[in-house]
Design a protein around this ligand. Structure first.
Ligand SMILES: C[S@@+](CC[C@H](N)C(=O)[O-])C[C@H]1O[C@@H](n2cnc3c(N)ncnc32)[C@H](O)[C@@H]1O
Length: 300
C-alpha cells in the first residue's frame, strides 16, 4: 500500500519558488512526496532538511539523494536543529499538516474509527500521552473544551457527562468501546462525519497540534530569508484560520501584530489571496485531499 499520496503537490512546490542553490525545510516528511519533488528542483549546492515526529515516516526511505537530511523531531523545534547545523536562514518552509494515510491506515496506531483497536493516536510513539489517557482521565471541563474547540461539537456538556459516567463503570480502551458509547448517547449509529469530529478533537489534543503549529509559524518568520516562502497545507478550519491570520496579520487573531510604538508589524506578503484547494480531479483520485487548503506567504 502506498505510504501517502501527496496533496496539492504541484501547487505547493511551485509556491515555494525553489532556487537550485537554496536551503529548504519540509517540516512534515510523511511519505516524502513533497520532499522528493523539492529535491528534483535543487542543484548540487541546494539543501533540503525534512522533519517528522513519527519515526515510521523517516524509515520510509524514498531516495539516497545527498542533498536531503532527515530529522526526527516535532517541527516546533526546527530552529534548534538548523542552528546546530550552522544554518541561520532558509529560503523556503513547507508544512503539510495533520496525519498521513499510513498513520490512519495502520489500524494499530489507533487513529481510525474503522476496525477494532486500542485508542492511541500518537504521531510519536515515544510520547507518553495517548488517547486512552485523555478519554479516561481528563475532567468534564477539559473534555468539553477539546470537543468544542478542536471538534466543533457545539453542545458537548451532556455528551461528556455520559462519557465520564461510562468510564467510571469501565475504562474506555478501544475505538469500538468509544463509538458504542457515542452511539448510546446519540441513540443511533452516528455517521462518519460526526465520528470524525470526535476523533479529530482527541487527535489534536494527543499531539498538541495547535500549540506546535503556532510555535512553528512564529519561528518561520524569524528564520526565513527575505523573499523566502512559507507554504502551508491545512485540513480543518481551526488550523486554516491560524495560518491565514499569521500570513495576513502576523498574529493569531484578526488584528495586526503591533510593535511597541503601535506600528503594524508585517512579516509576510500574502501570495494567495484566497486559499488554493484541490481540483475536482485531484479529489476524485485522492478523496483525502478534499478538505485541503494551501496558503502561501512571502517573507518581507
Ligand atoms: C499529511 S502528512 C505529510 C505528507 C507528506 N507531505 C507527503 O507528501 O508524503 C503529515 C506528516 O507530518 C507529521 N507531523 C504532523 N505534525 C508534526 C509536527 N508537529 N512535527 C513533526 N511532524 C509532524 C506526521 O507525523 C505526518 O507524517
Amino acid at each position: 500500500m502506498k505510504y501517502h499520496v501527496p496533496v496539492l503537490l504541484n501547487e505547493s512546490i511551485s509556491g515555494l519558488r525553489i532556487k537550485p542553490e537554496g536551503t529548504y525545510l519540509d517540516l512534515t516528511y510523511g511519505g516524502g512526496g513533497h520532499s522528493k519533488k523539492i529535491l528534483e528542483k535543487l542543484g548540487a549546492e541546494g539543501k533540503l532538511i525534512s522533519f517528522d515526529r513519527d519515526e515510521s515516516a523517516l524509515s520510509n526511505n524514498i531516495t539516497n539523494n545527498i542533498n536531503l537530511e532527515l530529522i526526527k523531531s516535532n517541527f516546533k523545534f526546527f530552529d534548534n536543529h538548523i542552528k546546530e547545523r550552522g544554518i541561520d536562514k532558509v529560503d523556503g518552509i513547507l508544512a503539510d499538516l495533520g496525519v498521513s494515510s499510513h498513520q490512519i491506515d495502520k489500524v494499530e496506531r489507533g487513529f481510525t474509527y474503522k476496525g477494532d483497536t486500542k485508542l492511541d493516536m500518537r504521531m510519536n510513539i515515544s510520547d507518553s500521552l495517548d488517547a486512552v489517557e485523555i478519554i479516561n482521565t481528563y475532567d468534564q471541563e477539559k473534555l468539553e473544551n477539546i470537543f468544542f474547540n478542536y471538534g466543533n461539537i457545539l453542545k458537548p456538556r451532556n455528551i461528556v457527562r455520559e462519557i465520564i459516567k461510562q468510564r467510571d463503570k469501565k475504562r474506555i480502551l478501544n475505538n469500538t468501546d468509544f463509538i458504542m458509547i457515542l452511539n448510546q448517547i446519540f441513540k443511533k449509529e452516528i455517521g462518519y462525519k460526526l465520528l470524525s469530529k470526535f476523533f479529530q478533537a482527541i487527535r489534536i489534543e494527543v499531539n498538541d497540534e495547535i500549540n506546535s503549529l503556532k510555535i512553528m509559524l512564529k519561528k518561520s518568520a524569524e528564520f526565513l530569508n527575505r523573499k523566502g516562502r512559507l507554504v502551508i497545507i491545512s485540513y480543518h478550519s481551526l488550523e486554516d484560520k491560524i495560518v491565514k491570520n499569521f500570513i495576513n496579520k502576523s498574529s493569531f487573531s484578526s488584528d495586526f501584530k503591533k510593535d511597541m510604538f503601535g506600528r503594524k508589524e508585517e512579516f509576510f506578503l500574502k501570495v494567495t489571496k484566497k486559499p488554493i484547494v484541490p481540483s475536482s480531479d485531484e479529489v476524485k483520485i485522492n478523496p483525502r485531499s478534499r478538505s485541503a487548503k494551501l496558503r502561501i506567504g512571502e517573507r518581507l
